[in-house]
Design a protein around this ligand. Structure first.
Ligand code: NAP
Length: 429
């Protein structure tokens, strides 16, 4: 890579799975990238924690440093690409870069989901470009289509599979009838799940992505702590079988909607009809279904993670920044205003529920009484098993979250109920 007179100088922060992929693409496609950007791109320095760490792609070690100041404070660097991840030290690096009027491309969903408002306000104040296409959906173009192509519409609803690890596990459980633990082990062996997969399995990763999507779609600052969250670790093979028998599939969905000016955002396992476009998203793929008031339904599909797909999104952002480096960036001042969130208790949905009950006359009447008192009506009820105990598999009609949870507490107090092994929300087509 030669350094021309008119070049834009770039600094890379982090050179792991994604950073080394970005380096690889910058070297391999250097000519085409610089042509598209309209200026020569020159990568000057790379910040890492340990220079001797093995990397997925070969990287010129002479560019690397472990001293943040040698990159962050280098006055020659115009654009920084942050691929360290997490909040510390990424947040202080990002704030330092933006406050100097330098430009930042990042894939850091956690950083944006927690501190998006703060970053955007510093970027706005200093006319810095801040780009984060790869923070949601990896290689799937999503942020710029929502902000740009759909910029003239009102987004009403987003519903997506935004975590490849959990989708891989649920697909495996569904196709091979294996347990959650077996599917997780396979995901780890294939490198789809991290050694500590809590962030993915408990829905934190999906909640961070939904916070970013909600913020840009509904034009208000949503943080991940404002999102209702449930993970997939309690899904049993029996639930997946029951879902199929009833015409559904189980997915971990990130869902956000805007109703009467209030945002409701949630991440939880969800049963969706087999004919829903998201039902056919298998393995570690991601897909995001967006409903615009005028545009109607759109779906974005592709590799939601992985070194090269994610790197493509980052390079796309870099090209965009370089192309527009002399222009004032679009403001996202809305992000600094805290979003008006609706109460999760008011969300209306349907529920799948499994009850383990003692098998004796009058049980169904007692259950029906609890549901009736809480305004929960039932769409279907199937009793399974014979002998001293039975299982009741039911699906409710639409009901408010508050009423359903009240009924659930009522059922837990009944002497005929042995256990409630499963409750999964059900979305319509
Ligand atoms: N992996 C994916 O598929 C994917 C997809 C979409 C978005 N992302 C996002 O992309 C970002 C990077 O993810 P990744 O998977 O590439 O992570 P990674 O493989 O763990 O790489 C992190 C890099 O940051 C460096 N680093 C960590 N702490 C540092 C510190 N205190 N000072 C300097 N350097 C430090 C590490 O240095 P050493 O190499 O020396 O240890 C490493 O090069 C994250 O925000 C992630 O959420 C990842």
């Amino acid at each position: 890579m030669n350094r021309g007179k008119e070049c834009v100088v770039v600094g890379l922060l982090g050179c792991g799975t994604i950073g080394s992929g970005v380096y690889h693409l910058l070297m391999k496609n250097h000519e085409i990238i610089s042509k598209k950007a309209g200026r020569e791109i020159f990568l000057k320095r790379i910040l890492v924690k340990d220079i001797d760490e093995p990397r997925p792609f070969k990287v010129d070690a002479s560019l690397m440093t472990t001293k943040p100041k040698e990159v962050i404070d280098d006055p020659e660097i115009d654009v920084f690409i942050e691929l360290i991840g997490g909040l510390k030290p990424a947040r202080s690096f990002a704030l330092s870069i933006l406050s100097k009027g330098k430009h930042l491309v990042t894939a850091n969903k956690e950083l944006l989901a927690h501190h998006g408002g703060e970053l955007v306000s510093v970027a706005d104040k200093n006319a810095s470009h801040l780009m984060f296409e790869a923070s949601v959906g990896g290689g799937i173009p999503l942020i710029r289509p929502i902000e740009g192509s759909l910029g003239g519409d009102r987004i009403l609803r987003i519903m997506g599979i935004v975590n490849g690890t959990t989708n891989y596990i649920l697909t495996k459980m569904s196709e091979e009838r294996c347990t959650f633990k077996e599917a997780l082990l396979e995901a780890k062996n294939l490198g789809y799940a991290e050694a500590n997969p809590r962030n993915d399995l408990e829905g934190h990763d999906a909640a961070s992505k939904l916070a970013i999507l909600s913020s840009i779609s509904f034009r208000a600052g949503v943080t991940s702590s404002q999102i209702y969250r449930e993970g997939i670790d309690r899904i049993r093979p029996e639930d997946i079988d029951n879902a199929r028998e009833l015409g559904y599939v189980v997915k971990l969905l990130a869902i956000a909607s805007l109703n009467d000016g209030e945002i409701c955002a949630r991440v939880h396992p969800t049963m969706i009809p087999l004919e829903h476009p998201l039902a056919s998203i298998l393995g570690n793929f991601n897909a995001i279904f967006v409903v615009g008031e005028s545009a109607g339904e759109l779906m974005f599909y592709g590799q939601g993670a992985g070194s090269l797909p994610t790197s493509v999104a980052i390079i796309g952002d870099l090209i965009n920044v370089v192309k527009n480096i002399d222009r004032l960036p679009d403001s996202r001042s809305y992000w600094s205003n805290e979003a008006k969130m609706g109460s999760f208790d008011e969300v209306i949905t349907r529920f799948y529920m499994v009850l383990r009950v003692v098998d004796r006359p009058g049980v169904l009447a007692k259950i029906a009484d609890v549901f009736g008192r809480n305004k929960v009506s039932l769409e279907s009820v199937v009793q399974k098993g014979e002998g001293r105990e039975a299982q009741i598999v039911l699906i409710t009609h639409e009901v408010k979250e508050r009423n359903f949870q009240e009924a659930r507490r009522g059922l837990e107090g009944l002497d005929v109920i042995l256990d409630i092994p499963s409750v999964i929300r059900v979305e319509s087509a």
